[in-house]
Design a protein around this ligand. Sequence first.
Ligand SMILES: Cc1cc2nc3c(=O)[nH]c(=O)nc-3n(C[C@H](O)[C@H](O)[C@H](O)COP(=O)(O)O)c2cc1C
Length: 173
Amino acid sequence: MEFLDLVKNRYSCRKFCDKNVEEEKLLQILEAGRLAPTAMNHQPLKIFVVKSAQSLEKLRGITRMAYNAPVVLMVCYDKDLCYRALNYNDEHECGDMDASIVTTTMMMQATELGLNTLWARGFNAVEIARGFELPENLKVSCLLDVGYADPIEGGPSPRHPVRKEMGELVEEL
Ligand SMILES: Cc1cc2nc3c(=O)[nH]c(=O)nc-3n(C[C@H](O)[C@H](O)[C@H](O)COP(=O)(O)O)c2cc1C
């Protein structure tokens, strides 16, 4: 599939069917994330695969954002490892950006494999870290829910087709 068609096909899925994510597809998604770039190649990411009944139940007890996905990828970064740019009088750390490009790459790989996804950040990261007893240095950046869309209720929300016009989005300086 052309990349732009893939981008057009992707949407946020909030209702999944019972079908599990095949192990080889999950591995391919994770491999895509592993190969994504990070600032200065610091690779501060840590991805937790949440798919056991026990872990999914725990996560759903903390946040609604796992919905009923059979697999949730909990994308974290190590605050001590991520690149901290101190130059140009514009100090910033790149952990969330690194996590975003890794998540985006996994999301598009999942789409290419015929899976559906939801990127979610509507949760309390501290509560998740506490619930799963994550090491102090790890910050939960986002969740990527992965599964197969429910054929009836798993379609795109009304927000999906709403995008700015090109002329509003892009401007030449
Ligand atoms: C950074 C980020 C955070 C998001 N957080 C949530 C969330 O917490 N809950 C949710 O249901 N959707 C969440 N979404 C999905 C967006 O609402 C969705 O991408 C947007 O409305 C456009 O719809 P579409 O993905 O179907 O095109 C998030 C998306 C991004 C990129």
